[in-house]
Design a protein around this ligand. Sequence first.
Ligand code: ARG
Length: 458
Amino acid sequence: MAQLWGGRFTKETDKLVYNFNASISFDQKFLKEDIEGSSAHVVMLAKQGILTAEEKIEILNGLDSIRKDVEEGRLKITDEYEDVHSFVEANLIDRIGDTGKKLHTGRSRNDQVALDMKLYTRNQIDEMDGLVKQLLETILKIMEENTETYMPGFTHLQKAQPITLAHHLGAYFEMFRRDRSRLSDIRNRMNTCPLGSGALAGTTYPLDRDYTAELLKFENGPTLNSIDGVSDRDYLIEFLSAMATIMMHLSRFSEEVIIWNSNEYQFVDIDDAYSTGSSIMPQKKNPDIAELVRGKTGRVYGALISLLTTMKGLPLAYNKDMQEDKELTFDAIDTTKGCLALFTGMLATIKFNKKNMETSARNGFTNATDAADYLVKHGVPFRDAHGIVGQLVLYCIDKGISLDEMTLEEYKNISPVFENDIYEAISMKTCVEKRVTVGAPGPEAMHDVIGRYKQYLQ
Ligand code: ARG
């Protein structure tokens, strides 16, 4: 058991206690960041004359050789070390002797772990942003190809008004675009360096915290309160919340893919590479990927609630409870990144059955509002027009036909205002094309928005 703190103890730690307390099994995930942070610390210590130039070089080389040996498989991280910090320090001392014992000068594991987790999270935010961007590119490509693919728009999962596939997917573009902007806000807000906060009260060494922050690319400088520096986990809660929102968006999209892929809808065919079969029913091709994405959303929500609950009762400053921030955040990150990548792959290969979408938009009176608007344009007050079209719909349901299939005579029997141009007024093309305001499905409005999205992605 390699520990950093045996001095004031007279007994060995109980084995169960040791295992319960240890974090090496999961915090080895940020070995690279731990070494990056230690290296910056050492460079700063030397600049301040706290270490000599020779000591600095010896320690930096030692740290680098540890990183390389782990990465290239020559050095194994084992559970004889309490955590990744102990692993690095013990190995450094093994390699370079007494100079290695100076690494931890003016530092505590409290500010060290706060730094490591921030460095790790910042990298992960960047990777996550890249994945969301790829998803947006995939959505935009489908939008560009489908500005005239008609489909029913729904409210209450009931057919409402005709829209286009481009318009429908544009809603998801907006959601994931907001997700990116949330990630960028979080990255900016968390971009302060906690190193130098010490255990909680700073240190008596003349550290140059601005310099350390600069070396580690913390654009907003050092944290300004050492107590908060070691005990702030807000950025993780914000990141978990952003991931929970990304998952919620992916889950809604998955739900639609599942519905659209159902035998009843047949709006889409999921590619064989992204579907699975049944062990008993030979005909089955199931949307398991979409279902798993929907299912895993709960896990990420759980992580958010878990960390909020862990933090809610903690007095200042550091408490060991905070070690619990890691596994759940790592899991949420891996889950969200995995879901983003898989969903993007599924969407990029999905086949849209345009004919079925259009047929579905034709049946279901999605043009009823436009029929009422036709009457309004001919002088009928909207409320009366609404009532008249209600009667038309009732008549059609009774006869098993759509509004387009009624004869002019049948129209006139219900209202004499109708003329031959009603058919054009309620055609699918008109219904969509007449919707010209910003954000509406009309092709001109849509092309304008697509242009803006393209610019945004550049
Ligand atoms: N493994 C610990 C954590 O993740 C590192 C900090 C330990 N600090 C301490 N005072 N015990 O939080």
